[in-house]
Design a protein around this ligand. Structure first.
Ligand code: GDP
Ligand code: GDP
Length: 463
């Protein structure tokens, strides 16, 4: 695992500004609108040649009342526990405040490693504040200006040895790939023994309930939700362990997206970023959960993103949310299945689960569907079994004979997984009608039990 850096400090010291600089503007937004950046956010940070994970601890409004103080404290403690190193930020223009002292106290107790940053340090108005920062007893402060990009070399120098140490550790922990041979001498599915988080993206139109769903999964309100569309706007990822009722947990990385928001003029800037964030989340993901609102299912945006996920070769799970308000559930489910098959034939067999993000009903089924989709997506069919299967398929329904010359399919193998991809060696691949290819793909899906994953089939001529 790469180095994880948490940026902590009281509101308004400039955490989000630095986060955006490290992660890149397109992953997170700072905006004047209240409520845009409020959560624990995580992104891939870059500084020179260093790569690390950055966690931002949110700009909760100035925490004057007790509940906000407490909340800020809890969020910070969480971030500290998740991180290898804390970048503790103070505002050098303001100087030390009692809240800064409170943070310093938490960090001294909990953090493995602290880098003290005196921010807004461009120009000499900040000199006094930088000197004051020594009083925290956390070592020499790094002079930074997140906004102007100053002090980045010093920050680099502090992070580099830590990043190197983390990389060395990661090499020691590298997953072992263990391939066992079965009786036919075929390689079985490689078992990756170290747990790598399963990458899941939750996508869907604004207000489908993505944030509510993710909150429910993580079991605490690290993301804020509300009736106004898209309070959480960033494609961000959260590392979670989603346990089943027996306590068996699977590490996952969940990408929350703002949703494929319809164009709204005022929100043009947010809009553009959000759409590309959604696309980006699909590219990162192994399994894409397309979240629909039961009241308005299969909207144009839903169809577009589901199609995109298929074309990108991702495993897809369709989840229909707000099932708690549905009155005639049986009738509705029948309608949904019909619409699904008609509108998304390319996702034939993909699981459709009904959930209520609000009450938590159906989440266990959703979890099982995600794991199963991921499993199918990774499936490897032994070559011997494939060729036995191919012989039967050819007997049952021989390939066509354009201009009197029968196309011969000689041999087949699975060339890749994630998603499963097969190669068939044959004569005249260019003459093969699509209908026959579809016959083979559908057969593979049925006979090897691979629902809901894109299956690629390539025909290759010989000689
Ligand atoms: P956060 O609440 O700690 O995440 O702080 P923000 O990143 O939202 O920044 C709070 C305010 O400080 C914004 O108005 C920023 O433009 C401003 N700010 C951030 N970094 C700097 C800096 O390096 N210099 C100056 N002068 N202002 C900054
Ligand atoms: P997002 O824009 O997709 O992140 O949607 P939100 O999670 O912010 O939810 C939008 C609205 O739908 C909020 O008012 C939620 O309370 C509501 N909502 C979300 N899930 C459910 C659900 O399962 N049932 C009901 N009745 N309402 C829900």
């Amino acid at each position: 695992m790469s180095l994880t850096v948490a940026i902590v400090g009281r509101p308004n010291v400039g955490k989000s500004t630095l986060f955006n600089r490290l992660v890149g503007k397109r992953l997170a937004l700072v905006d004047d609108q209240p409520g845009v950046t409020r959560d624990l956010r995580e992104g891939e940070g870059r500084l020179g040649d260093l790569r690390f994970t950055v966690i931002d601890t949110a700009g909760l409004e100035d925490a004057t009342d007790d509940s906000l103080q407490g909340r800020m404290r809890r969020l910070t403690e969480r971030a500290v526990d998740m991180a290898d190193v804390c970048l503790f930020m103070i505002d050098a223009r303001v100087g030390l405040t009692p809240t800064d002292e409170m943070f310093a106290e938490i960090l001294r107790k909990r953090s493995k490693h602290v880098i003290l940053a005196a921010n807004k340090a461009e120009g000499n108005a900040a000199d006094a504040g930088v000197l004051e920062a020594y009083n925290l007893g956390l070592g020499e402060p790094v002079r930074l200006s997140g906004e102007h990009g100053e002090g980045m070399t010093d920050l680099y120098a502090q992070l580099m040895p830590l990043a190197d140490a983390a990389d060395e550790q990661a090499e020691d922990d590298a997953p072992e790939i263990d391939i066992t041979l079965d009786e036919d001498g075929e390689g079985e599915t490689p078992q990756i023994t170290a747990a790598k988080p399963l990458q899941v993206a939750v996508v869907g139109r604004p207000n489908a309930g993505k944030s509510t769903l993710i909150n429910k999964i993580i079991g605490e309100d690290r993301l804020l939700t509300g009736p106004e569309a898209g309070i959480t706007r960033d494609a961000i990822s959260l590392r979670i362990d989603w346990a089943d009722p027996d306590g068996d947990s699977t590490p996952m990385r969940i990408f929350d997206t703002a949703g494929m928001r319809k164009k709204a003029k005022v929100q043009e800037k947010l809009e553009k970023l959000s759409v590309s964030d959604g696309l980006r989340a699909v590219k990162f993901a192994e399994v894409v959960v397309v979240l629909l609102d039961a009241a308005i299912p299969f909207e144009q945006q839903d169809l577009r993103i589901a199609d995109l996920a298929e074309r990108e070769g991702r495993a897809v799970v369709v989840a229909v949310n707000k099932w708690d308000v549905e009155e005639n559930k049986q009738e509705k489910l029948r309608e949904l299945k019909e619409a699904f098959n008609r509108l998304l034939p390319q996702l034939r067999g993909a699981p459709l689960v009904t959930v209520s993000a609000k009450t938590g009903r159906g989440l266990e089924r959703l979890r099982a569907a995600i794991l199963r989709a991921h499993d199918v997506w990774n499936r490897r069919v032994p070559t011997a079994a494939l060729n036995r299967w191919l012989t039967t398929m050819l007997e049952q329904h021989p390939p066509p004979a354009p201009q009197g010359r029968r196309i011969k399919l000689r041999y087949m193998t699975q060339a890749k997984t994630r998603p499963p991809g097969f190669v068939v060696m044959c004569s005249h691949p260019d003459k093969m009608p699509d209908s026959y290819t579809r016959y083979l793909v559908n057969g593979l899906r049925e006979d090897f039990d691979m629902p809901g994953t894109p299956i690629r089939l390539t025909l290759r001529g010989q000689g």
